[in-house]
Design a protein around this ligand. Structure first.
Ligand code: ADP
Ligand code: MG
Length: 200
């Protein structure tokens, strides 16, 4: 994977997340503590600041190091979880890059997130977007189809009752709002798919 593509992927994800800061804040104000926008901005900003350095490394190492930045720079629950996702993904990154190997690496990275968060899909978290995306990737879906899967999956968290994370403290009152982490996952997936579509 060439370093320009890595840099474009980093920039696209960061731009999308930063542009959505207010929306992520509002979602987290509704069912959490209102810091998801700032957490994601801080974490992705650290990755962006290191983008040139990361892009000079082999892709797997760059992904792993980006994950370490998230763990170090994000205080909330989402930092260690997204960090675990990227660190595991980076360790298992297929070289040369091919879909089946990537799908296996993503699936294993999600198992690591589940273990770290003691969580499962269906509990109104980022996993409710990341799991269907992982399945769509394994099924050979196009970037456009994967974006549609992510959007539908984020929307599907609205009626759910949270079982993990701060939103679970609200019990039934957590229903009726999209999960902030599901939304940030959707935005990141969308940004990655947009870059891959443009590179095709
Ligand atoms: P905090 O909850 O510490 O304030 P953030 O607001 O940055 O951290 O992130 C909240 C998001 O993290 C939630 O919307 C949810 O998607 C995700 N999350 C929280 N706890 C878990 C967990 N145990 N497993 C998976 N995802 C989780
Ligand atoms: Mg929060």
């Amino acid at each position: 994977m060439d370093s320009k593509l890595i840099q474009r992927l980093i920039e696209a994800v960061v731009d999308r997340i930063v542009a959505a800061e207010a929306e992520l804040t509002a979602l987290d104000q509704a069912i959490g503590d209102g810091d998801h926008g700032i957490n994601m901005k801080r974490g992705t900003g650290a990755v962006r600041a290191a983008a040139a350095e990361l892009a000079a490394k082999p892709a797997g190492e760059a992904v792993k190091d980006a994950g370490m930045q998230l763990v170090m720079k994000v205080g909330g629950a989402s930092g260690p979880l997204y960090g675990t996702l990227l660190m595991t993904l980076g360790k298992l990154w297929p070289d040369p890059l091919e879909r089946a190997g990537l799908a296996t690496a993503v699936a294993s990275a999600l198992e690591a997130v589940k273990a770290r968060g003691k969580s499962e899909p269906g509990q109104k978290t980022m996993l409710d977007v990341l799991f269907p995306v992982s399945e769509a990737l394994a099924a050979g879906k196009s970037p456009a189809a994967i974006k549609a899967v992510a959007a539908e999956a984020a929307e599907a968290t609205v009626p759910m009752q949270a079982v993990r994370g701060r939103a679970s403290f609200l019990g039934e009152r957590s229903a009726g709002h999209m999960d902030p982490g599901a939304r940030s996952s959707q935005l990141a997936v969308e940004a990655v798919c947009d870059v891959l579509e443009a590179a095709q």
